[in-house]
Design a protein around this ligand. Structure first.
Ligand SMILES: Nc1nc2c(ncn2[C@@H]2O[C@H](COP(=O)(O)OP(=O)(O)OP(=O)(O)O)[C@@H](O)[C@H]2O)c(=O)[nH]1
Length: 779
């Protein structure tokens, strides 16, 4: 019973975050407390130090670069990423027992909140070996509030396994992570998990991959049975069947039977596999000329004679070229299909040296690495994860951070195994490492061996594009593309229990912000209160919880509020003059500028700044910077409610300044003039519009649709997914506060939903007025 309740509480929490007040959520919390107690006895089971027949982390092999795989596991929430990772560690010999998400004892979900809630919150890196290959794997979260974790992992990975719930196919967040992988040009393979689940359908899942992800699935396996009847799979390339027989009480899936599929014993399955193989060969031949030539030349009469390794090599080429994605299946929970998936990772996903990076030749064999994640360790200070692209990293060495323009000392070098690490003497290109001692480096920073090596690389880069080999300023061009951080949509005030605790809270928030770039902290200029800005209700709740557990500070959160934006609807001009004498210096500056709405497809988060022809002489760099700082500063706080401004073009008509005027005075005058112009214009509030996807049974559909209509929701599509309906809608975020509770009561807890920012849309005038009055305390 407790197990059922536990699972229920996990599902409730996974659907979205939980409000502070309602009874249902308090009920969930009570269950969690029980659950925590029951977990106190749980031991970590990752092998450190070695126990019995379990491999030691120190025995990790160091193969040549061609046998390294840096991969990520990505999917919609709950598809089974952590369970699959857990099985991989077990089968590769690094854990003694199979961890279970529902029991809160998996290796990669090691944070207390992850274990309690049964969800992944932060990406975790583990390294293990499989048949002579070293696999550096990152398990990423599926919840949309932690999407930046996926983004920064994908930035440094060479390949990815997309995991699907075979009964649900492509779900909302799968689309998001798929697009992220597209952006980073990551070759991937698909794993249809949960083949044992009621409603699991291989054909349905493959169709949804084809239709929703607009990609070409290559069927390299077929399941033997589905749902309760699922017992194994057939390798379409080799025509072998792989069956997991329940062998002992353990039934851990380590032992399986692999033998050729015989037409005599399985005539129907044999025919289906043969047809699938023939279709696969044709499909791959269409995508790969070398393979087409081979097939047409030697095997056109009989595809059966085509050697499996030739087909595998061709599949590998089309996967690396991202022309198609191989599809595999299994059930991680029921211990079926994970070993063939590991084989597929080594066989079809690229080695680091098979990815092309245009910056690599600039460094020759010098160090070039990207910092992609920071963890704060109370004893050791910041731990910085780096991906090494070229050269070798050694502890006790100085490195140069190009973004921060500083040299830092790396005291120790570690290999990450979820929350454990082992010290290593060096690590070469193509790997992922954890460093101790880098105090300035943050997510997205480029790390090289020295300033001199950065200058040398800049010269090589300059020569390549025909620029004159130049000075150190060229070094800026070497900064690797960082990690895109989405803008937060929620915010709330946070207060310490007493003023004396404010410095501790500030320190905690500084450390948390270094770890999590999607968390923004600012000070309200009017009230002086600290404001937390996050990606969603769950994100803010987790941060609140971490401050308490990890830093021992009990804080109070104000009500959650929506992060609106502001824009203007017409063009206006403004002038301003600042004339001040400070000491014996006269600071005098006059500005004339105009603002107008931006009309373009993509939103302008930063202002587009234009200079008219009156600026005949190019402005000095520092004066230009001072002007732009002033404009950017006023862009942060709009004239209506102080929310950031977007979609505005700024035109500078003139600027005159006394020779003694300081740069901050120029910025201050520009900023004041901008504020005047924005105030003068007709103003518009923009609100976050969310993509909402609800999976609900037919019985509860009407109730859910009726409720959505009252939330200003517009239904875009109602799809059928096995026995359920999937409602796709767009709804203003303001209408979605506490939605998990409402949906739970409408559907007796049977529906789930995901919410993701779509865009900012203009509020209609009545709603804008109501909001303005509410904020000014008039209603
Ligand atoms: N029936 C079935 N359930 C599975 C399977 N794999 C995982 N599950 C269950 O699905 C739930 C989610 O599993 P996780 O491994 O946490 O999924 P996840 O994708 O890592 O979840 P997030 O990281 O929180 O997005 C758990 O209850 C698992 O026990 C499977 O193969 N079959």
């Amino acid at each position: 019973m407790l197990r059922v309740l536990r699972r229920l509480s996990v599902n409730v929490l996974k659907a979205s975050s939980v409000c502070n007040k309602c009874i249902c959520c308090r009920w969930s919390r009570m269950i969690i407390v029980k659950r925590l107690k029951s977990q106190e006895c749980h031991e970590r089971n990752y092998s450190f130090p070695p126990v019995g027949d379990v491999k030691s982390l120190r025995s990790i092999i160091t193969p040549p670069i061609s046998k390294i795989r840096n991969i990520g596991i990505m999917a919609h929430i709950d598809a089974g990423k952590t369970t699959t990772t857990e099985r991989m560690l077990y089968y590769s010999g690094y854990t003694r027992a199979l961890g279970d998400v529902d029991d809160g004892d998996t290796v990669t979900d090691f944070m207390a909140q992850e274990r309690e809630r049964g969800i992944t919150i932060q990406s975790a890196a583990v390294t293990f070996d499989w048949k002579g290959y070293r696999i550096n794997l990152i398990d990423t979260p599926g919840h949309v509030d932690f999407t930046v974790e996926v983004e920064r992992s994908l930035r440094v990975l060479d390949g990815a396994v997309a995991v699907f719930d075979a009964s649900a196919g492509v779900e909302a967040q799968t689309l998001t992570v798929w697009r992220q992988a597209d952006k980073h040009h990551i070759p991937r393979i698909c794993y249809l998990n949960k083949m044992d689940k009621n409603g699991a359908s291989f054909t349905y899942a493959v169709d949804s991959i084809k239709q929703k992800l607009k990609t070409k699935p290559l069927l390299l396996q077929l399941p033997i049975g589905e749902a309760k009847a699922f017992k194994g799979l057939v390798d379409v390339v080799t025509m072998e069947q792989i069956i997991w027989h329940p062998t002992s009480n353990l039934d851990d899936g380590k032992v399986f039977e692999q033998k050729p599929l015989m037409e005599t014993t399985h005539p129907e399955l044999f025919k289906e596999v043969k047809d699938t193989r023939n279709a696969l060969i044709e499909q791959v031949a269409d995508l790969d000329d070398e393979f087409a030539e081979l097939v047409l030349g030697d095997f056109s009469e009989n595809f059966d004679l085509l050697p499996p390794d030739k087909l595998q090599s061709a599949v590998r080429r089309v996967t690396l070229a991202q022309k198609a994605v191989p599809v595999f299946c299994g059930s991680a929970l029921k211990n079926k299909g994970v070993q063939p998936l590991l084989d597929a990772i080594t066989m079809y996903l690229p080695a680091p040296n098979e990815r092309s990076y245009d910056f690599l030749p600039w460094y020759k064999d010098d160090l070039c690495a990207l910092a992609f994640k920071v963890l704060h360790d109370k004893q050791r200070g910041p731990l910085v994860f780096i991906r090494i692209y070229s050269g070798t990293v050694k502890p006790q060495s100085a490195v140069y951070n190009i973004n921060k323009n500083c040299t830092e000392r790396m005291s120790r070098l570690l290999l990450p195994f979820a929350d454990q690490q082992i010290e290593i003497p060096s690590l070469m290109a193509g790997n992922i490492a954890l460093t101790v001692g880098l105090k300035q480096s943050a997510t997205g920073d480029t790390i090289v061996s020295s300033k001199a090596s950065a200058v040398a690389a800049a010269r090589r880069a300059g020569r390549e594009v025909g620029r004159k080999p130049d000075s150190e300023s060229e070094v800026d061009n070497l900064v690797l593309a960082g990690v895109e951080i989405p803008e937060p949509v929620f915010f709330c005030t946070i207060e310490p229990p007493s003023m004396a605790k404010q410095p501790d809270l500030n320190n905690a928030l500084n450390s948390l912000q270094r770890e999590d770039p999607s968390l923004k902290v600012k000070i309200d200029p009017d009230t002086g209160q600290t404001i937390l800005c996050g990606m969603g209700e769950l994100h803010i709740e987790i941060i609140h919880d971490r401050i308490k557990r990890e830093y021992g500070i009990e804080t109070y959160l104000g009500p959650l509020q929506i992060a609106y934006r502001e824009t203007i609807l017409n063009s206006v001009q403004a002038t301003d003059t600042l004339d001040r004498t400070i000491g014996d210096k006269r600071h005098m500056v006059s500005i004339q500028l105009g603002v107008k709405p931006w009309v373009g497809e993509r939103s302008l988060i930063t202002p587009l700044i234009e200079y008219t022809d009156s600026f005949i002489e190019p402005l000095e760099k520092d004066i230009k910077e001072a002007i732009e700082n002033g404009i950017n500063y006023s862009y942060l706080q709009g004239p209506l409610l102080g929310f950031p401004v977007q979609d505005v073009v700024v035109t500078l008509y003139s600027m005159t300044a006394h020779s003694e005027t300081s740069l901050p005075m120029i910025s201050a005058c520009v900023s004041r003039c901008m504020q005047k112009a924005l105030k003068k214009a007709s103003k518009q509030l923009l609100e976050p519009l969310m993509n909402l996807e609800i999976t609900v049974s037919e019985d509860h559909l009407t109730a859910v649709l009726g409720d959505l209509a009252q939330r200003r929701g517009s239904i875009q599509e109602i799809q059928s997914r096995q026995d359920n309906k999937v409602v796709v809608a767009a709804v203003p975020l303001a209408e979605m506060m506490g939605y998990s509770t409402v949906l739970r009561s409408l559907t007796s807890g049977s529906a789930t939903f995901t919410l993701e920012l779509a865009s900012y849309q203009a509020m209609n005038i009545q709603e804008q007025n109501v909001l303005l009055q509410k904020k000014s305390g008039l209603v």
